[in-house]
Design a protein around this ligand. Structure first.
Ligand code: CO
Length: 166
């Protein structure tokens, strides 16, 4: 078990497009297990691999936000893709890479993600509310897109002023 350091803005790796995962190796499984430990320790909804300095297309989601309980395993999404969206809703959103910053972002109310699991099997999962928001937020990370890229220059300046550099 290890908790990895979370990369904070403005580290350049956060702006990179993460690359596809082509093979699920033991090393990758062990890295994902560290991501799960890191997510629980940080009390976030989700965590993308790039946020622990590995720009590959993986994110993990806390099961309690997907209708599960704390005893359930973290949900792992390898090479995820949003395949369906519905509705729109604007709400405040934060990010573990921007401690203390919350900005209003318009997201799809509902979305469906297709991904590969740890055994190499494809699955789809539908999310509404916070889960839908997390799917879109984490998918953005894999494309190098951050919460401040959703707001205008003035709001961005104000948001960054609130950024607590740790
Ligand atoms: Co984030």
């Amino acid at each position: 078990m290890s908790i990895l350091p979370i990369v904070k803005y403005p580290e350049p790796v956060l702006m990179e497009r993460s690359s596809e995962v082509d093979k699920i190796t033991d090393d990758l499984r062990s890295f994902i297990s560290d991501m799960e430990d890191t997510l629980y320790a940080s009390e976030g909804v989700g965590l993308a691999a790039v946020q622990v300095n590995k720009p590959i297309r993986i994110f993990v989601i806390d099961p309690t936000f997907a209708g599960g309980t704390e005893e359930d395993d973290t949900i792992i999404f390898i090479n995820p893709e949003i395949i369906h969206t519905e509705g729109e809703v604007r709400e405040e959103e934060g990010c573990l890479s921007f401690p203390g910053v919350f900005v209003p972002i318009k997201r799809f109310k509902k979305c469906t993600v297709k991904a590969t699991d740890l055994n190499g099997n494809e699955f789809t999962m539908e999310g509404t509310g916070l889960l839908s928001r997390a799917f879109q937020h984490e998918t953005d990370h894999l494309n190098g897109k951050l919460i401040i890229d959703h707001i205008g220059p003035l709001k961005k300046k104000l948001a960054l002023r609130r950024l607590q550099i740790q």
